[in-house]
Ligand binder design. Structure first.
Ligand code: ZN
Ligand code: ZN
Length: 350
């Protein structure tokens, strides 16, 4: 099946229209007409060949909301007409200990998990193409149910990457009532971190380098906002946070935040900087038995849990809608942090 898509032919060519092949729905497959696709920073890194191993042409997009058009004979959880989502993964080995635990994003099978774009179908070498397209076919195990109301569907798209990337660590480190939780960086990930930590019942402190974002952070759910360049403001929170979700993808001084953790507190990094952070002080970790951790997206079961939670609480991303023709311009604005807080492509314009 040939479908319309937008992608990059090389690292130096802009996102432009192309045609790609999608497989017909096999026995366990769900065929999906794509309605909306969020624009993640990973899309930009991939389209511009900034990460190693990008194979061109590439069709980015892993924050997909769509409607089921056909299902294979063995599909049990979906039927034609259902509203569904697809995130960062479309397959994994389903045999390793991570897959057994429902943490497919940490698959230890021979090929790891299969990325929604720039992945390898069954290790065959066939490139996967993402959501900047009119349709996609995905194994039902990696398809999520979307129960948000119709008018929220576009803004729900970023939950499939930005939402789960912040939800998984917030849940794993038990953000909730009685816990003081910091969220560092108020961008695509951080704005979801604030909303979710607040909805989970934690006392939420936002950290931003930008005084201009103080009111925004409050509006997004922060009880308190700290301008992290202000040492006196930072000092007020010394040794007080149970957990810090650090979403910043630029190298920065981690010690300044580790100092804000309580004894046994953890700071988890979810932003991937292109060059390393300065090495944190081991003393800062030793005196207080503190942990520095990392976390990557989330498993399928916890993604469904997050989507259901968000639908119940009316939580979506703050988004700006664009057409496929505006993707390159959107990339330019993302590089200047000129978006509140996620672009979503309306695929009806494809
Ligand atoms: Zn993403
Ligand atoms: Zn596995």
């Amino acid at each position: 099946m040939q479908v319309k898509a937008f992608g990059a032919q090389s690292a130096t060519s802009p996102i432009a229209p192309m045609t790609i092949a999608r497989r017909a729905a096999g026995p366990k497959d769900v065929a999906i007409k794509i309605l909306y696709c969020g624009v993640c920073h990973s899309d930009l890194h991939t389209a511009r060949g900034e990460w190693s191993g990008v194979r061109f042409p590439t069709v980015p997009g892993h924050e997909i909301i769509g409607r089921v058009t056909a299902v294979g004979a063995a599909v049990t959880r979906f039927k034609e007409g259902d509203t569904v989502g697809v995130g960062c993964m479309v397959d994994s080995c389903r045999k390793c200990y991570s897959c057994d635990d429902g943490l497919e994003q940490y698959c230890r099978g021979p090929h790891g998990f299969q990325l929604t774009y720039n992945g390898w179908i069954d290790g065959s070498g066939e490139n996967t193409y993402g959501g900047y397209s009119s349709a996609i076919t995905v194994d039902e195990h990696f398809v999520l149910k979307i129960t948000h109301k119709e008018s929220d569907l576009a803004a729900a798209a970023p939950l499939l990457c930005a939402g789960i990337t912040t939800w998984s660590p917030l849940r794993h480190w038990k953000a909730g009532p009685g816990k003081k939780v910091g969220v560092v960086g108020i961008g695509g990930l951080g704005h979801m971190g604030l909303k979710l930590a607040r909805a989970l019942g934690a006392h939420v402190v936002a950290f931003t380098t930008s005084p201009a974002k103080v009111q925004d952070a409050r509006d997004l759910g922060a009880h308190e906002v700290v301008v992290s360049r202000d040492a006196a403001e930072m000092a007020k929170h010394a040794e007080s946070l149970d957990f810090i979700l650090n979403t910043v993808a630029a190298p920065h001084d981690l010690d300044a935040f580790i100092a804000l953790l309580k004894r046994d507190g953890t700071m988890t990094l979810v932003g991937a900087p292109a060059t390393p952070h300065p090495s944190p002080s081991v003393m800062g970790l030793i005196f207080g038995r503190k942990s520095l951790a990392g976390s990557g997206i989330g498993g399928i079961a916890e993604t469904q849990e997050m989507l259901d939670f968000c639908a119940r609480h009316g939580i979506v991303s703050d988004v700006e809608m664009i057409t496929p023709a505006e993707i390159e311009a959107a990339y330019g604005r993302m590089l200047k942090s000129d978006v509140k807080y996620r672009f979503v492509i309306d695929m009806a314009a494809l």
